[in-house]
Write a new protein. Sequence first.
Length: 467
Amino acid sequence: MAPSIPSAMERPHFIGIGGAGMSGIAKILAQRGASVAGSDSRESPTVKALRDLGATVHIGHAAEHLAADATCVVVSSAIRQDNPELVAAAGRGIPVVHRSDALAALMDGLSPIAVAGTHGKTTTTSMLAVSLGALGLDPSYAIGGDLDAPGSNARHGEGEIFVAEADESDRSFHKYAPQVAIILNVELDHHANYASMDEIYESFETFVGRVRPGGTLVISADHPGARELTRRVAGRHDIEVVTYGDAEDADVRVLKVNPRGLASEVTIALNGKMLTFAVSVPGCHYAHNAVAALAAGVALGLPAHNLASALGKYTGVKRRLQLQGEAAGVQVIDSYAHHPTEMTADLEAIRGAADGSRILVVFQPHLFSRTQELAAEMGEALALADACVVLDIYPAREDPIPGVTSALIIDAATAKGADVTPEHDMAAIPDLIAGMSKPGDLVLTMGAGDVTDLGPRILERLARRDS
């Protein structure tokens, strides 16, 4: 078993402790008995959940927030070098640990499953965490989204398995040494860190090189980038490569995905036998995520039929086609999709479950660099909706790029025949949607930024519309 607390992390201080990745590591350390502290820019349900575990969380960033007895400072790639707490740590000689190194330390002594890919990581990691838990294996896990409540993105379990997202965006997944690696897809994204597909392939090759000898790589047989990566790593003879998907040559072949409203039923062929199981989220994209999760569990020696049954316990993760509610006959669903492939997958999934209903999208682009490179593809994806509203770009960690605005996406969507409405003021969205929608419509709030906050406001406004 792993030590209860990695050395030098008995009193860690997290800068940006409320973030999806950082909060998970902080939570696991707190559950292992560490004295956790940190800071974040604002109050949030995640911050409250950490305080409930005994963590000390300051709001705002200031040198005095760094405790005198802190044993290390944990940062992500989003933390700027001039952050006052980071400057104070340097001045006092306190070790600075990147988030990925902290997570790697938490995996020591366990059997890690690392889930990588341009998109689908959070869903697949969540499926594994839930299904392994349902089988009584008590896994540890670190996920980029909440399962069912704020702070449920991570857990310290007593079992031997640790399931984690492996983030390629800043190459931090090179730090992990998984027993089983899943690669869902390989596409060009994170344009601030990767200049070409060759750089993406090289980065994923390095990740595959980190799989432990005797371990397993589970990889898509359908995605062109994944197939190319499989070809590139064919010389790695000390690991098993298991492919999955619709392709005829897939080791785990998806034979059929039947829609069942906002769920689906999947039939696969595995080791010469057919197996059918339920997935409680709609669409082929999520069904394939479930198949990847099943293949990873089988690689660890778990019975496929038990895993298939346990996967039915998964009911979704927040912001991944999550139903926010219904008012005035209109359902509001939240989607984290921000890459064109994700956007297309979610819109096709909802279209398959919509039963003829109109689909309205409120889309908030995420990052200037992503918009600069993929605006045309985003516009093409939005054309799959019956109507869409496009907000200004959510900058996150980036500074503006001259000439890069939401207009690039709006123009691309319009060129594809989309019904597009630009809107710069988020506060205007509830009234706008109340005017556009009618009973039976489905409204998707879509994007990785604060567009998620609009769901409850839209529902509140819809409830007043017919009162």
